[in-house]
Design a protein around this ligand. Structure first.
Ligand code: SF4
Length: 401
């Protein structure tokens, strides 16, 4: 899936910072509580990995790489001192060009942004100075009781304070994460959280609303919520929350542009859109995934292995899920990811990439799902999920595999 424009290769960059104050009870991300010493070593290794990656590219190919988006995710990237984030940004800029309108996002959690290492009241001023232009705040719920059940480190009031601080520092592009289908949650309490976010003044430009998935290996998996009087919402209630989110947020001017994402017009997350529209991306840090040169791979998930890798070769041998994608894989990935977005898959873009029309590649499947009302096919041949199709997206998408 190459994106060469004017001889320039555009990539999205993800930086994984797997540090958290403590582990939330539902979390199965690669993250944990690490000492300051490990955090320092990790950032140093990450800087090394960035150098190694670009040196290797230069050795093998003569190409100009331009970064279109950078996303600092985790974990809780805001745990790190701001100068560490700046070191990573500088390292990327030392190695390649950064697009002049690059979107640079950082995830922050309430309770981790006070006092910057530059002695300021909070970290947002520093973030702005170094060029970060989008903040993503993990609020999850406006109910202290729900936050406590989730094992989050913050209260609803701390979220308010964090939001105010980010606004005061001049960040006008802010995403707020909200979760639903939580233990003990009902539609009314979810609605309250969502309305609280949408009614913030000024409004966040972007809201992500995700349902809780109870994953094996997390403390939630072994919890008897019924015995605690906090039953998980059933499937119907969960669907009501999902459908309700789009209706509620529409009242405030938000458009649903992807299964779990809503924005005011023009403020879709460019970084995530890069994934969903088949652009190339490179991830740095443990467990970070990449897709470049039609090759997919994931870095080792082990902190120890990552820190001890003496050179790039060793890091490469530790990669998992390494896969050279065939043309068929690429086509199916292009469609499945594209269908996550409300705009769907444009036939013209599919044709530009694969020299085939969607109908030629997937005529039978398209016909079936247009017939059962789950897919919409526009006159120009583009396809998108219908409202019902979004509810049953996994069922539709598996047919394109
Ligand atoms: S803050 Fe995020 S990454 Fe960290 S434990 Fe909680 S859910 Fe997981």
């Amino acid at each position: 899936m190459n994106n060469h424009k004017e001889g320039v290769r555009e990539i999205a960059v993800y930086i994984h910072l797997p540090f958290c104050v403590r582990k939330c009870l539902y979390c199965d991300f690669i993250s944990g509580c690490y000492s300051e010493e490990i955090q320092n070593s990790y950032v140093n290794k990450l800087l090394q990995e960035i150098d190694w990656f670009f040196a290797e590219r230069k050795k093998k190919k003569s190409e100009n790489i331009r970064i279109s988006t950078i996303f600092f995710g985790g974990g809780t990237p805001s745990i790190l001192p701001t100068n560490e984030i700046n070191r990573i940004l500088c390292k990327l800029k030392d190695n390649c060009e950064l697009s002049s309108n690059a979107e640079i996002s950082i995830e922050v959690n309430p309770g981790t942004v006070k006092l910057s290492d530059a002695g300021e009241e909070n970290k947002f001023e520093s973030y702005r100075r170094m060029g970060i232009n989008r903040i993503s705040i993990g609020m999850q719920s406006a109910s202290d009781d729900e936050l406590k059940t989730l094992g989050r480190i913050h209260t609803a009031e701390e979220f308010d304070e964090t939001y105010r601080m980010a606004m005061k520092a001049g960040f006008d592009v802010i995403n707020v994460d909200v979760m639903y289908a939580l233990p003990g949650q009902n539609y009314a309490s979810f609605e309250k959280s969502l309305r609280k976010v949408a009614a913030l003044d000024p409004k966040p430009k972007h809201i992500s609303a995700y349902s809780l998935i109870v994953e094996e290996g997390t403390p939630f998996y072994d919890t008897d919520f019924h015995a605690l009087g906090k039953d998980l919402p059933d499937e119907d209630e969960e669907r009501r929350m999902y459908e309700g989110a789009a209706d509620i947020l529409a009242e405030y001017g938000y458009e649903q542009y992807e299964i779990s994402n809503y924005s005011l017009p023009g403020y879709e997350c460019k970084h995530n859109c890069a994934y969903w529209t088949g652009k190339e991306y490179v991830g740095f840090g443990i467990a970070a995934a990449s897709l470049i040169d039609d090759m997919r791979f994931t870095n080792t998930k082990s902190m120890e292995e990552y820190l001890n890798a003496p050179d790039y070769e060793s890091l490469l041998t530790l990669q998992t899920d390494v896969e050279q994608l065939s043309e068929t894989d690429l086509m199916s990935e292009f469609v499945i990811l594209g269908l996550r977005m409300n705009r769907g898959v444009k036939d013209s873009e599919f044709f530009e990439r694969f020299q085939l029309h969607l109908w030629e590649a997937y005529g039978g499947i398209i016909e079936t799902h247009v017939g059962n009302g789950l897919l919409y096919r526009a006159e120009d041949g583009s396809i998108s999920l219908t409202g019902e199709g979004r509810n049953l997206s996994n069922y539709v998408m598996k047919d394109f595999l």
